[in-house]
Design a protein around this ligand. Structure first.
Ligand code: GLU
Length: 621
């Protein structure tokens, strides 16, 4: 998940793009670049490093020209190299593209294009796009603007995956095209210039008038001399008689009139947070989009790992903190396929792991730099084990150490507290469960079908009404101590719920199986200890047992928050979640717990995004 910015108007594009990229750098920053049409030439400047460094080294500002596109990259396909930095061009260097997202069918498209003689300069998924447009344009002897727009439309039909795209073509210097499918893209409009950006902060300095584009939208920004056309919204530049118009299409239909302009009153800081008070809430709200990405990324690598799972009897998933809880969910998934995998705290692995060349060790680490997990992966390699990693940062140490790398596809997470990255980890592990099931000949189609529905289920948990409910519940919780309990596949979510809660509220919380409660902890229950119970639906064979445990808590004056798809009359408060099949349920309990922790921490005035004494990536022992 990167930052993209586009500009067309009367000012020098390089200055606007550079400012926009600096604003967007919180979205990703391993490399960056710009593409500008200057005097009928397409100039590309790009390199590895932070925006300021690259802009200086490559001298972005020396480029003149009034239309351009820029990108700061958070790599998903292809290492962090100059060649892989965006913009990407066609063979002739006439058109360029910046992209945020993942093209999941890029391998077959690339093979097809190579057969047709296209020469690729990068390893990215993105580069197929300029070559596809180039190929489409070959159909016309002397393409008109209309032909060019059609060539882009035809190209888009061939892409699977997620994208926000900006396209610039030196043969059509007055056009800037933007497209959106499941990655954010906002149009900013002004009298004599238009902007496109991954978010409003990219251009908020220059305009507050915006149109958020929707999935399937294609916007054509056109710079032209003064003439009239009913279909286009035009504003005349009083100074130099230049008009910038925008036309929005969806499914070939001109829908410009159906996309309303909104005036944004946010300042830059709240724009970066998408208008939310904290990055944590913004990142929770991004979960449906993010896990769509995670459901499409690294197909081949997941298949390869699924085969390895079949070939190795002894499998460990090593991780720390939130990632360890994701690995515990995986243990339940795989148990349904009779496959034993052992989740293990990476810092204990060197002490108790039994590792040899018949062992498969999968390390999950968001940053790819978690000290204990890296140490454990290295140890496993020394002992001859096969290794894999599930990671969010391409090029990180974990990706260099492990035999198989699977990207999580979450994009950068700014809040220290892991939320959307946990959901991505769950999605990757769920896909691994499906692939493994298929490797051993099971019919996994019911699980595969759910892949598309999961983002919708999450939306039901995080919608405004539910958020309000959770916020109110958090206000009613006055205890200093909290228990998070569950049974079965959502036990790891109870542990994760407690971790989130203590991490940002600074209140004591612990998670355990509801069965474990009677073996000691229940003696703590009184009016000073509240319980959050993750309760499965009433048709689950675990339902009655958890309800009995809740009765025991109530008998000792403990307050109980139920998180469940069913109404439970004995609980004090209820967070209602959608009723989904057991294997999918971890995706709906998790955001409910994240929101509860979030609202309690906000109410207590905690530094939500930067809780005391914590760091985003734990690179020390
Ligand atoms: N998939 C593209 C790449 O790896 C775009 C990643 C991004 O959104 O920054 O280059």
């Amino acid at each position: 998940m990167c930052g993209i910015v586009g500009y067309i108007g009367n000012r020098t594009a390089s200055e606007i793009l550079l400012k926009g990229l600096k604003r967007l750098k919180y979205r990703g920053y391993d490399s960056c670049g710009i593409g500008i049409i200057d005097n009928n030439k397409l100039i590309i400047k790009k390199s590895v490093g932070k925006v300021e460094e690259v802009a200086k080294k490559e001298d972005f500002l020396e480029v003149n020209g009034y239309g351009g596109i820029g990108h700061s990259r958070w790599a998903t396909h292809g290492g962090i190299t100059k060649e892989n930095a965006h913009p990407h061009t066609d063979c002739k260097g006439e058109l360029c593209v910046v992209h945020n997202g993942i093209i999941s069918n890029y391998k077959e498209l690339r093979d097809m294009l190579i057969k047709k003689g296209h020469v690729f300069k990068s390893q990215t998924d993105t580069e197929v796009i300029p070559h596809l447009i180039e190929e489409e344009l070959k159909k016309y002897e002397n393409p008109s603007e209309e032909d060019y727009i059609n060539a882009v439309k035809n190209t888009i039909k061939k892409l699977d995956g997620t994208y926000a795209l900006l396209i610039l073509n030196k043969n059509f210097p007055n056009l800037l095209i933007g497209l959106r499918n499941e990655s954010p893209l906002i149009l900013g409009v002004k009298e004599d210039e238009c902007f496109l950006g991954s978010d409003i902060s990219a251009f908020l300095e220059w305009t507050k008038e915006i149109i958020p584009l929707e999935d399937g939208d294609m916007v054509v920004l056109r710079k032209e001399s003064n003439n009239n056309d009913k279909d286009k919204d035009k504003t005349k530049n009083k100074n130099n008689n230049v008009i910038i118009s925008y036309t929005i299409y969806n499914n070939n239909e001109n829908i410009t009139d159906r996309r309303e302009k909104t005036i944004i009153e946010w300042d830059i800081e709240s724009a970066e947070k998408g208008g939310y008070e904290h990055f944590m809430l913004k990142e929770i709200m991004e979960e449906p989009e993010v896990i769509k990405n995670s459901s499409k990324i690294c197909n081949d690598e997941i298949k390869e790992l699924a085969k390895a799972l079949h070939n190795y009897d002894k499998v460990y998933i090593i991780a720390m903190g939130t990632s360890l809880h994701a690995s515990m969910v995986a243990e339940y998934w795989f148990s349904k396929l009779n496959k034993l995998i052992i989740p293990c705290d990476s810092s204990e692995f060197l002490i108790k792991g039994i590792v040899d060349e018949n062992t498969l060790v999968i390390g999950i680490t968001q940053s790819g730099e978690t000290y204990d997990t890296i140490k454990a992966i290295k140890y496993a390699k020394e002992k001859g084990a096969k290794t894999a990693t599930i990671v969010n940062v391409l090029g990180s140490t974990a990706t260099r150490e492990a035999d198989i790398t699977i990207m999580m596809g979450s994009g950068i997470e700014i809040s220290v507290c892991a939320t959307k990255t946990y959901m991505s980890q769950l999605m990757i592990l769920y896909r691994l469960f499906i692939e493994y099931g298929e490797v051993i000949g099971k019919d996994m189609s019911i699980y595969r079908k759910e892949l598309e529905n999961i983002p919708e289920y999450i939306k039901e948990v995080i919608n405004e009404k539910e958020r309000e409910n959770i916020k109110n519940i958090s206000k009613n919780l006055a205890a200093k101590n909290y228990l998070f309990i569950s049974k079965g596949i959502n036990l790891p979510n109870a542990l994760e719920g407690a971790l989130k809660f203590k991490e940002i509220t600074y209140l004591h919380a612990e998670g355990m199986s509801s069965g474990f409660l009677k073996h000691g902890t229940i003696s703590l229950i009184d009016e000073n200890m509240d319980t959050v119970a993750l309760v499965p639906p009433s048709n689950s064979n675990l339902f009655n047992s958890i309800i009995s445990n809740i009765e025991e808590i109530k008998a000792r004056n403990g307050k109980v928050v139920g998180v469940s798809p069913v109404n439970i009359d004995i609980v004090d408060y209820l967070i209602k979640i959608p009723d989904v099949m057991e294997e999918v349920s971890p995706f709906v309990y998790a955001p409910a717990c994240q929101l509860l922790a979030y609202y309690k921490a906000v109410e207590l005035g905690r530094d939500v995004d930067k809780p005391r004494g914590l760091a985003k990536s734990v690179t020390v022992e």
